[in-house]
Design a protein around this ligand. Sequence first.
Ligand SMILES: Cc1ncc(C[n+]2csc(CCOP(=O)(O)OP(=O)(O)O)c2C)c(N)n1
Length: 292
Amino acid sequence: MVKNKDKIMKRTARELSYIATQCRLNVMRMLAASGHGHVGGAMSAMDIAVALYFGEMNVDPHDPKKRDRDRFILSAGHKCLAQYAILAEMGYFDKKILDTYGSLNSRIPGHPNMHELPGIEANTGALGHGLSIANGMAAALKLQKLNSRVFVIMGDGELPEGSNWEAAAQAAKFKLDNLVLFVDYNGLQISGHVEDVLNMQPIEEKFKAYSWDTHIIENGNDMTQIIDSLDKINYTCEKPHVFIAKTVKAKDVVGGENNVAYHFWKPSPEQIQQTVDYLNQKADKLQKAMEA
Ligand SMILES: Cc1ncc(C[n+]2csc(CCOP(=O)(O)OP(=O)(O)O)c2C)c(N)n1
């Protein structure tokens, strides 16, 4: 049987970075429409999410429920600006919907709703539930003898939720080697530094103790490092996989990087324009480099 991994059109790191820049522009478009949003965590997780959707997962915007698709669970549902930006860029829905962010009855609310939007696999937002949902999906896919994988993005500020550790034990017990968890380790959560709010270190050792296959990504905003990490996953090792990816909160937001005040941001039109200009320049540079 052809592995899902081999069905994907591989893109270069530069192409993926270009797409991530376009997706960050989509985030700014939603912020411009609403005047507010959880920008920090969306921007830190963006590169990982783009690498998954555009470079790794077997998914089809024209057939969002196809049986053998890979699944993506955004455990940290408040990062959904990233997911909406990507789904729109892939063609799951009309980009005009991005302009409804923040308005009543929008199909892209503040936390994702699987009943409103194709491509959303689970309603999330209450932290600490995505991994349990993913476990169930990964186990069911194995029972159905499908090669589909389940990818999860969790925030580092989510790790103190005890339910994650029940799920971690269960994933190992059921040998869910079709489950891949990314911890978006941007070091900050809603109210400060994660290690000050509730120190969960050493995280890699904790997952090891639960018999997971563990990895660190030193720069989780670097596409080459993300692609290389995805390429080294052994899907027959009988262990679930975790990547602790060090990222920058509010990555590419002018003046916002690594600043907890940008967890939920209410930008002025001038601040939006500054970041849009920066992102457009970055996209131009990447495009020229791709054409060279
Ligand atoms: C069960 C639960 N408790 C509290 C919250 C409120 N909350 C929303 S975001 C957040 C911080 C999450 O931190 P992290 O996952 O690191 O997100 P990031 O910094 O990457 O945005 C909290 C505590 C919540 N959504 N769910």
